[in-house]
Design a binder for this molecule. Structure first.
Ligand code: 5AD
Length: 345
């Protein structure tokens, strides 16, 4: 089958996904990216959703082999933002016209479920925004508590659908457990985000195809595929960064397969190349997640090396983002950008 026919198929097999992920010729990859852009326009239009991230604590009980803020890394200055600092960042996000606030942290058990619920309630009382939580694994009771407090979404990447690889790089965790959390979150009404890291050692294109298929099986509302970038002082610090082309191909194939989901042009894409995010937005992505963590903390939230988002004021970053949107005939959505699957529920 020629590439155009393959791209126009209605139903894709796992082998189709692997074939698409294997494309190497520039002209072939461009056809894939164009198709992903078409599918994105059909299902998401030309509006890009912005999500403002607050990385409010870098304490973590986990030891993920790829992650710079893993528990065993003693070289990290650990911090927790106060509630007033969190609210000040939330206000900046809201005043910038961004209608989703992502509360992200390491797996920090210092916060009890009630503490997180209080943060959610306080933000919701003050600002008309959607809240996404990205806190790692918590108990099912806590997920209930967060939902009741008004949280809208939960981002919990499965990282890799290869069970063996998952266990190798997550010393205290099991893939089956992760999946049961994702299913539970979905069952209690969270809009759920998952996704993988691309370019892990010993990961194959078949594994990456499985990551995309798993997102489909879980019926996720958002799927994030981040290129692996090595982090200092981690067991994987010797591993080469993911190639930009593979990262773009993964997002594009995911768009073509998953269709009506939100897919971010990840921050990690900009680390691989100055035009990484732009190329992501042309290859199926429809979400950008700018960081609003205060400067005094963000340099301690280095989940990988050279994480961008430097010392520029958020407004300057937004201005350059809006310029990029103009260039690509895109525009910021201005809405909360809820799941595109709501109508199906
Ligand atoms: N490279 C790319 N992504 C990473 N993450 C953590 N460490 C790395 C890394 N070295 C991603 C994981 C995690 C998210 C917060 O950041 O997917 O879920």
């Amino acid at each position: 089958m020629n590439l155009t026919d393959l791209l126009n198929k209605k139903i894709f097999t796992k082998n189709d996904l692997i074939t698409l992920l294997s494309l190497e010729k520039e002209s072939d990859m461009n056809l894939l990216f164009q198709k992903a852009d078409e599918v994105k326009n059909k299902y998401c239009g030309s509006l890009i959703h912005l999500r403002g991230i607050i990385e409010f604590s870098n304490y973590c009980r986990q030891d993920c082999h790829y992650c710079g803020i893993r528990n065993e890394n003693d070289d990290v200055n650990r911090y927790r933002m106060s509630i007033d600092e969190i609210l000040a960042s939330a206000e900046m996000i809201f005043n910038a016209g961004i209608k989703t606030i992502v509360l992200q942290s390491g797996e920090d058990t210092f916060y009890k479920g009630t503490d997180i619920a209080n943060i959610i309630r306080t933000i919701k009382e003050k600002f008309d925004v959607a809240i996404t939580l990205s806190l790692g694994e918590r108990t099912f009771e806590e997920y209930d508590e967060f939902k009741k407090a008004g949280a809208d979404r939960y981002l919990l990447k499965h990282e890799t659908a290869n069970e063996k690889l998952y266990s190798e790089i997550h010393p205290h965790q099991k893939l089956a457990e992760r999946i049961s959390h994702l299913k539970y979150l979905k069952s209690i009404g969270f809009q759920v985000g998952s996704g993988n890291i691309i370019g892990l050692p010993n990961q194959t294109l078949s594994d990456i195809a499985d990551d995309i298929l798993l997102c489909g099986e879980l019926n996720v509302d958002m799927a994030s595929f981040s290129p692996f970038i090595c982090a200092e002082n981690t067991p994987l610090s010797y591993v080469e960064n993911c190639k930009l082309d593979l990262a773009l191909k993964t997002s594009a194939v995911a768009r073509i397969y998953l269709k009506n989901v939100h897919i971010p042009a990840t921050t990690a894409l900009s680390t691989l190349s100055p035009d990484g995010r732009k190329r992501g937005l042309r290859a199926g992505a429809n979400v950008i997640m700018p960081t609003y963590t205060p400067n005094e903390y963000r340099f301690n939230y280095l989940i990988y090396n050279n994480k961008p988002g430097g010392s520029e004021a958020p407004q300057i970053k937004l201005d350059s983002l809006y310029q990029l949107f103009d260039e690509l005939d895109l525009a910021p959505s201005g809405s909360k950008g809820h799941s595109m699957k709501e109508a199906e529920v």
